[in-house]
Write a protein that binds this ligand. Structure first.
Ligand SMILES: Cc1cc2nc3c(=O)[nH]c(=O)nc-3n(C[C@H](O)[C@H](O)[C@H](O)COP(=O)(O)OP(=O)(O)OC[C@H]3O[C@@H](n4cnc5c(N)ncnc54)[C@H](O)[C@@H]3O)c2cc1C
Length: 393
């Protein structure tokens, strides 16, 4: 995304003070990406071992309520933490085996010319924006009306329109029914849309807790479609020896890295000192790293209404605001939900460059219940994206 951002900005500013052509070099970009990830597993394992933590390699599964089997060994625990994460959801249509996962996409050494993404969620949109900047022809198939179901629908629609202007073909209400292989390419069939010929099809149609081969029944551990069922201490409701954290656990937190980290701290503390800590999800921000990014924190309108709040929605297009105009950021808008009586921000939804950072200020405002009327008077450095915040309240 960092590489795509640089190219995107240079292209937007071309003829407005910036000259010359830039392009993404996919092989170089992937080599750069590898420098962030390739040594991590070994380094982490060494760090654990230096702390006296033993490691085993293999797929673990329960053999009884206090014992798991891994790599042919039986390990008995006073407690067991399940932190197995999530995997791409199994897809029901013919030819689903031709789809590659997000992990495989991030390992491509060259970028195919035509790419189809199944599902219009966060992973597809982020990849689609990078691939389009790298020169690929991109089609996104999404079965519902609005892409990015976890985000504000009006801003998601605005992002979809902007993506189309960039040449990304987003097809909504287009449920993929079949992927057919024809030699070296694929034909994606979707209801309500013409078949599309592509060179690669990517799974972006959701992830599910990775519990399929854990043999939870032998461990007496209950799970639903959203993951291991846990109480407020992140302890299994059916086997008190067992805890769960991160994407595999059915909690109120979204499947994000900082949420997994926070939940694992809660579990560690409860394991060492007995159940006393609960997870606090207030002010958890989510970002779709498209170009520009889309971000949210707190409640959306439906959630605020269901929770019985009386609130005002402050909303505006920001593409003409100086902070966005100075980089020709043409898709910039916000919707902020404010309870005037309580003087609190209930939720913030931002589209545009800088949203990925600005959302964190709203996260603090929500978590620490900062008075909206006072936030208006903070003299944020100008012209930063934060300096827009007082005008959003
Ligand atoms: C493409 C993509 C982009 C993302 N981007 C972001 C982002 O920008 N920001 C963000 O906050 N989050 C992002 N996420 C989400 C984030 O990666 C997850 O929320 C986070 O990794 C969850 O951590 P975890 O420890 O619960 O699970 P994981 O990180 O998935 O780790 C679980 C591990 O357990 C292993 N495992 C599973 N089953 C077993 C078993 N039976 N035995 C032994 N080992 C097992 C798995 O192989 C895996 O290594 C992204 C996810 C994807 C797929």
């Amino acid at each position: 995304v960092g590489g795509a951002e640089t190219v995107d900005r240079a292209r937007r500013m071309k003829g407005h003070g910036v000259a010359g052509n830039t392009r993404l070099d996919w092989a170089d970009l992937m080599a750069f990406k590898r420098t962030f990830v390739e040594d991590v597993p070994e380094q982490r394992e060494r760090a654990l071992q230096q702390k006296g933590i033993a490691t085993w390699h293999g797929r673990a599964r329960f053999v009884s309520e206090d014992t798991i089997e891994v790599a042919g060994e039986h390990l008995r625990g006073k407690n067991i933490l399940i932190a197995a994460g999530a995997v791409p959801a199994p897809l029901p249509f013919e030819g689903a085996e031709h789809l590659i996962s997000s992990t495989e996409f991030l390992e491509l050494n060259s970028l195919p010319y035509r790419i189809g993404f199944v599902g219009g969620g966060l992973i597809s949109l982020e990849f689609a924006h990078v691939a389009a900047r790298a020169g690929a022809t991109v089609t996104v198939f999404h079965r519902r009306r609005h892409i990015l179901p976890a985000f504000d629908p009006a801003l998601a629609d605005r992002l979809a329109d902007h993506s189309r202007e960039l040449g990304i073909d987003i097809r909504t209400e287009a449920d993929v029914s079949r992927v057919e292989r024809r030699g070296s390419h694929y034909i994606v069939h979707a209801a309500g849309a013409e078949p599309v010929i592509v060179d690669l099809v990517v799974h972006g149609a959701g992830r599910v807790p990775d519990v399929a081969d854990l043999d939870l029944a032998s461990g007496g551990v209950e799970a639903s479609r959203s993951g291991i069922t846990v109480n407020e201490f992140l302890q299994s409701t059916t086997n008190p020896r067992v805890y769960a954290a991160g994407d595999v656990a059915s909690t109120a937190g979204p499947p994000l890295t900082p949420v997994a980290a926070m939940e694992s701290n809660v579990v560690a503390s409860n394991l060492l000192k007995g159940n006393h800590r609960t997870a606090d999800y207030r002010g958890t921000a989510s970002v779709v790293f498209t170009l520009p990014p889309l971000a949210r924190v707190g409640l959306d309108e439906r959630e605020a209404r269901e929770a019985g709040h009386t609130f005002e929605v402050v909303e505006h297009d920001m593409s003409g605001w100086y902070v966005h105009r100075r980089t020709r950021d043409e898709a910039a808008a916000f919707r902020v939900l404010i309870d005037r009586q309580a003087d609190r921000v209930l939720g913030a939804h931002l589209l545009g460059e800088g949203s990925d950072e600005l959302i964190n200020l709203f996260a603090m405002a929500i978590r620490f219940e900062l008075p909206a009327s006072e936030l208006r008077h903070v003299p944020f450095a100008y012209p930063t994206h934060a300096s827009n915040l007082p005008y959003m309240l």
